[in-house]
Ligand binder design. Structure first.
Ligand SMILES: [Zn+2]
Ligand SMILES: [Zn+2]
Length: 598
């Protein structure tokens, strides 16, 4: 119970998105009370209770008619620290997340130096994050050639999944993997409860495209048009890059029938039938798409506007329409929508003057891209153009879009626009499913994130869906204020963000006195259960029917305090526990459930 000095916090509204016991979502009036000691939701009532229903001194906030949503879990963010901190960092990247209702971000293993491909790299990453995070942070590990022996130790350390590239990533320290490496990673991870994810672009065997030269800023081999025209770039990375990569992954999937496979940032709709067919055959594979593929379109990218460059590329409007209909489809293969927030310094974007940010920024170093020498304008092209990067050159510009914290307004605005055109589009419940519930599941945090439920972390996003606004550089919280979303009109804005019961964002201010985000590792009391079918790999045991438990001969669990398991799970009466033979971890145990109260 909270002590008399720490008042209960109660948040209420006539509209909130809550979760039924079967995980379906519903819109309802709600009153959420928060235990300020634990930062957990103490109770949820599906009506608006008056302040008089609570003890004197309770902090009571009525947000009616704004929407109360679970804090978003953005499962794909590049924070680039340590090593490329001038691109982004834990402080600025997590502030940007908090400003848009995102209460958990999962950091990608590349673009920081060192990358998260070794135990030591992960330790350096955790050290860099310490005391800097305004929201909770989890970390992915990377698969690169030759690091197979690091994968299981990284699982033990608590990475939320792994990412490998099937095409050059653009940074030397994170090389792409061959099919042999993919197979080795699959067989190494096949019995673990993690996710193996792929940047699914791959050079088809016969192509006259510029291919992987795109990201290493080498002069294009065979461009079909001006380098400052978006269409030239788009044609250099056709859907075949994605379908070829997906077919390669599917061809190997039988190596690891139980491992969750996942395609990050899916752009080409041609992959959808392939993934659907694979899922129908029982292959455990999902995909995510990104806000920019859903609301930016190739037809609208102006000449030289390299803020739109990312890989795979933003495609045309027809592609976008089909991504939207897949999101709404029954058993969609696209389970989540993420930002792929991947900033760099503005000079690496080679922006034409009229698009360049107007504020000074730190010089970059160690960027992986040679931008030494003055940038010339496209009009300056003369015959020595090969050595001078040109502004507006989509091939030489660094790929990546800054948008962490913008997801909800982007999705909401575009969905509303589509609805007004008479099209079907996901509603707010779907957005919570795609950006909170399923993303938390994807990264193994659904036992405490992604839902407004008693016992879950009190991570709350207050969304004013009636507010119209447009994104100014001052609204951008990430380090380099450069984004294709600048100046765009939005409907709906996050007005408050609460992290584990503390307010971190209030209107435009980052409100918390100190950064209170926590790095997430396996050993934070979380329980992982083996051999549960479907999406239950990280389910909260309290939600699993007793029958399912008793059918499991053993469970492999990790926890920080051996006493915690028993006290949390009173419904399992008889437990047998033993130490796992895990050299990397002192906190891995096995548990056998022997019985339940009748
Ligand atoms: Zn990628
Ligand atoms: Zn990425």
């Amino acid at each position: 119970m909270p002590s008399p000095t720490t008042p209960l916090v109660v948040i209420t509204s006539t509209r909130a998105v809550l979760t039924h016991p079967d995980d379906s979502l519903f819109l309802t009036p709600a009153t959420i009370s928060i235990n300020p000691e634990t930062g957990k939701i103490a109770s949820v009532t599906s009506s608006v209770l008056p302040s008089s229903a609570f003890p004197e001194g309770t902090v009571y906030v009525d947000h009616s008619p704004k929407l109360l949503l679970p804090g978003l879990v953005d499962a794909h963010v590049h924070l680039n620290e340590p090593g490329r901190t001038e691109w982004e960092g834990f402080d600025t990247g997590t502030k940007a997340a908090a400003s848009g209702g995102v209460t958990t971000v999962i950091d990608m293993p590349l673009n920081a130096i060192p990358p998260t491909t070794t135990v030591q790299g992960f330790q350096e990453k955790l050290a860099a994050a310490e005391g800097q995070c305004w929201v909770d942070v989890g970390f992915y590990g990377g698969v690169i050639p030759g690091n197979a022996d690091q994968l299981l130790p990284l699982v033990e350390m608590g990475v939320r999944g792994f990412k490998g590239f099937l095409i050059e990533s653009g940074v030397d320290e994170f090389p792409c993997i061959s099919s042999t490496d993919v197979e080795l990673a699959m067989s190494t991870l096949k019995d673990t409860h993690t996710t193996l994810m792929f940047h699914a672009e791959m050079l088809p065997p016969i192509t006259d495209s510029v291919g992987d030269a795109v990201q290493v800023s080498e002069p294009p081999l065979a461009p079909h048009g001006m380098l400052s025209e978006y269409q030239t770039f788009l044609q250099s990375r056709p859907p075949a890059f994605e379908t070829y990569a997906v077919s390669e992954i599917l061809a190997l999937a039988s190596v690891c029938p139980n491992l969750h496979l996942h395609i990050v940032h899916l752009s080409a709709i041609e992959c959808i039938p392939m993934l659907r067919e694979a899922r129908a055959k029982g292959i455990n594979i999902t995909a995510e798409t990104c806000f920019h593929y859903l609301a930016l379109a190739a037809e609208e990218v102006e000449k030289g506007d390299t803020r739109h460059k990312c890989c795979p590329p933003i495609r045309g409007k027809t592609n976008q329409d089909i991504l939207w209909s897949e999101l709404a489809a029954e058993d969609s293969c696209i389970r989540t929508v993420v930002s792929d927030h991947s900033p760099c310094t503005p000079e690496l974007k080679l922006l034409p003057d009229h698009l360049a940010p107007r504020e000074p920024h730190l010089p970059h170093s160690d960027s992986g891209v040679d931008v030494s020498g003055p940038a010339a304008t496209i009009d300056d092209i003369i015959d020595d153009s090969k050595t001078v990067p040109l502004t507006g050159d989509f091939f030489a510009a660094w790929g990546g879009i800054s948008s962490v914290g913008m997801g909800l307004p982007i999705l909401y605005t575009e969905a509303e626009r589509r609805r007004e055109m008479g099209e079907q589009a996901p509603g707010i419940l779907d957005m919570v499913r795609l950006c909170c519930q399923e993303t938390s599941k994807q990264v193994g945090l659904s036992h405490k994130k992604g839902a407004l439920k008693a016992g879950w972390d009190a991570d709350i996003c207050v969304f004013d869906d009636a507010m119209g606004w447009s994104l100014t550089p001052g609204d951008m919280r990430w380090k380099n204020r450069c984004s294709p979303w600048e100046g765009k009109q939005f409907r709906g804005r996050v007005v408050q963000t609460w992290l584990r019961g503390g307010k971190v964002k209030f209107w435009r201010l980052i409100f918390a006195p100190i950064p209170s985000g926590e790095p997430s590792t396996l050993h934070d009391g979380m329980i992982r259960i083996g051999a549960i079918s479907g999406d239950g790999r990280n389910s909260n045991p309290a939600l699993i029917p007793a029958g399912d438990w008793t059918n499991l001969p053993y469970m492999h669990v990790y926890f920080s305090d051996p006493g915690q398991f028993v006290s949390e799970k009173q419904n399992a009466t008889t437990l047998e526990m033993g130490k796992m033979e895990r050299p990397h971890c002192q906190r891995c145990f096995w548990i056998k459930v022997l019985g339940f109260p009748s």
